[in-house]
Design a protein around this ligand. Structure first.
Ligand code: MTE
Ligand code: MO
Length: 315
């Protein structure tokens, strides 16, 4: 409780006025019932819900000072194939996703497997704001103020054992809520994975919100991961299971097109994708392309994880 409501300034004081106004109007337009429901379960009053569930979250480390992508773009230009392959499909169709009740089971190679309720996850650790660059393999990027805490906070509570070398993430599988799962574009459910040191890295965020509120459905409500130095598809949405494994997980995109999507998928301008250049990117809202940075600009934090590895082979 107190962890969510901190003594830090309200977001109306610390974010640019237009961003704040834009958020308010979005909440009004969307009739943000989910945020209100989440706020109620956290014991927040109606006024706090209107201002945003996490609006007083403290700024976490590693945030970029680059201008955030407008909320409207963050919530209307999405990849979430469970709701269709068009960029506007998730915003239009993800209303059918029921994000409560919701549980995430943490299992596999660990001493303390456990099923967590979403309300427990909301209170497990202090919710931070992390403004991360996100880079899609298709050649576009955004800057998104996420709300969450390091995934390590959750993982360490499971006490992974010595066989736990990877962490696998599985998205909900339910065609009645996710109409895009009727199409065989991927082998559902969506599965992603990280090496355990990547999953435990302080940059890897268990993400519960954006722009100060609970995640909109199209962005992976009620809980997703955010791995900012990897291409966007590594950041699995609407997660129901996290599993410690001894062997490299079989990921949905790797199974679909192994030559295009490697297990690592670190943002790397020097490794070309057969269909989209990785040398440059278009920041949503800008016209001139900007160069793509190694590890999406997070090399200082994560390059050491790959010391001695041939990143052209392990792409
Ligand atoms: N379950 C699931 N997770 C997913 C995807 C998806 O189709 N299904 N798309 C990925 C891709 S390709 C990207 S670029 C990001 C987009 O996240 P955003 O819409 O919140 O910006 O989500 C990733 N996570
Ligand atoms: Mo992506």
């Amino acid at each position: 409780m107190s962890r969510v409501r901190t003594a830090f300034p309200r977001s109306s004081e610390i974010t640019p006025r237009d961003v704040f106004d834009q958020r308010r109007s979005f909440l009004r337009d969307a009739g943000f019932v989910i945020a209100a429901a989440g706020a109620a379960s956290l014991g927040l009053g109606a006024r706090d819900a209107a201002a945003g569930t996490f609006s007083s979250a403290r700024k976490g480390p590693y945030g970029t000072t680059e201008a955030p992508t407008p909320l409207k773009d963050v919530t209307s230009y999405n990849n979430f194939y469970e709701f269709g392959t068009g960029k506007e499909d998730p915003a239009e169709r993800a209303g059918s996703l029921k994000t409560r009740p919701w549980t995430v089971s943490v299992e596999g190679e660990c001493a303390k497997p456990r099923r967590w309720d979403i309300d427990e996850l909301l209170k497990l650790a202090a919710i931070e704001e992390r403004v991360y660059r996100m880079r899609c393999v298709e050649g576009w990027s955004m800057v998104i103020p996420w709300n969450g805490y390091p995934l390590a906070e959750l993982l360490k509570r499971a006490e992974p054992n010595s066989r736990a070398k990877y962490v696998e993430f599985t998205t909900l599988s339910d065609v009645s809520q996710m109409p895009g799962q009727r199409a065989a574009v991927l082998d559902w459910p969506y599965v992603e994975g990280l090496r355990i040191d990547e999953a435990m890295h302080p940059l890897t965020l268990l993400t519960l919100g954006l722009y100060g509120d609970l995640l909109p459905n199209q962005n992976g409500a009620p809980v997703r991961v955010t791995v900012p130095w990897k291409y966007g598809f590594k950041s699995a949405k609407s997660i129901v299971r996290i599993r410690f494994t001894e062997h490299e997980p079989k990921t949905a995109w790797n199974k679909a097109a192994p030559r295009e999507y490697g297990f690592y998928s670190n943002v790397n301008p020097a490794v070309e994708h057969p269909r989209w250049s990785q040398a440059k990117e278009r920041r949503i809202g800008e016209w001139t392309k900007r160069p793509t940075l190694p590890f999406n600009g997070y090399a200082e934090q994560v390059a050491g994880l790959y010391a001695g590895m041939d990143l052209r082979k392990y792409f």
